[in-house]
Design a protein around this ligand. Structure first.
Ligand code: IPE
Ligand code: IPE
Ligand code: MG
Length: 240
């Protein structure tokens, strides 16, 4: 299935550079987001092919809410279109991008309309009865700080006056059963987390590529995994 040496179990993708991709072609930013959505689908297919078990995609951060209203609306209507499309295609797609793939959403869903929340729930329920090869988490209206604060608040509500442990927080994250990312890939040359998986990223390997997200290909993914496989992960210990 794969000729790669050591494949990470969970990869996080910070899909950055849609706007710059569009500007460099003299196109409006929304075209970059359209192209970015296609790249997301291709990358889901590549992850599935390469035997990755979990992939988390950063699609919209809590801070992205500060963008102009038109851009937020363009992003949300793109999401709505894809949500419908995924639903339909899961049965008809010849490329079988979503076969044996489970899709979940992490982030603050209370921000979304009831209609959008229903679309999210419908997608999350797809393939629920199938054997799952790849779990895709889409971080939508997601913020790492927000996730930690919510977890702490949930603990405090359940256990007033008690001290919490690391496990108490881990157990109350948006997807507590998903293992932490082994590798985080950020496109468009930036080297920051921008509030992505702050708690879970404690020992993730970080990889940055100058490629803009719409141009990110299976070849780029393979290069990132190759770089990952050369690293020595020590988790605070000493290398053997
Ligand atoms: C990433 O691309 C997509 C989202 C944050 C929604 P950007 O829109 O951040 O693209 P740049 O960074 O402006 O190029
Ligand atoms: C991070 O990208 C968020 C997503 C990819 C959804 P941004 O473009 O929002 O991050 P900053 O503002 O450059 O840090
Ligand atoms: Mg950006």
């Amino acid at each position: 299935m794969t000729d790669l040496p050591a494949v990470p179990e969970h990869i996080g993708f910070i899909m950055d550079g849609n706007g710059r991709w569009a500007s460099s072609r003299g196109l409006p930013r929304s075209f970059g987001h359209e192209a970015g959505a296609k790249s997301f689908e291709n990358t889901v297919g590549s992850c599935r092919k390469l035997g990755i078990r979990y992939a988390t995609f950063y699609a919209f951060s809590t801070e992205n809410r500060s963008r102009p209203k038109e851009e937020i609306e363009a992003l949300m209507s793109l999401f709505d279109r894809y949500a419908e499309d995924i639903f339909r295609r899961i049965k008809t797609d010849e490329r079988k991008t979503y076969e044996n793939v489970r899709i979940r959403f992490i982030g603050d869903k209370s921000y979304f309309s009831e209609k959008r929340r229903k679309a999210i729930a419908d997608i999350e329920n797809l393939n629920a009865d199938k054997e799952i090869r790849l779990t895709v988490c889409i971080a939508l209206n997601y913020g790492g700080r927000n996730e930690i604060v919510n977890a702490v608040n949930a603990f405090v509500a359940e256990n007033p006056g008690q001290k919490l442990t690391e496990n108490d927080i881990s157990a109350r994250l948006y997807a507590p059963d998903v293992p932490p990312p082994d590798l985080i890939i950020r496109t468009a040359g930036e080297m920051r987390l921008s509030n992505f998986l702050l708690w879970q990223a404690a020992y993730a390997e970080f990889y940055s590529t100058p490629v803009f997200w719409p141009d990110f290909s299976e070849k780029d993914l393979r290069e990132a995994i190759e770089s990952f496989s050369m690293r020595t992960r020590k988790f605070g210990g000493i290398s053997k």
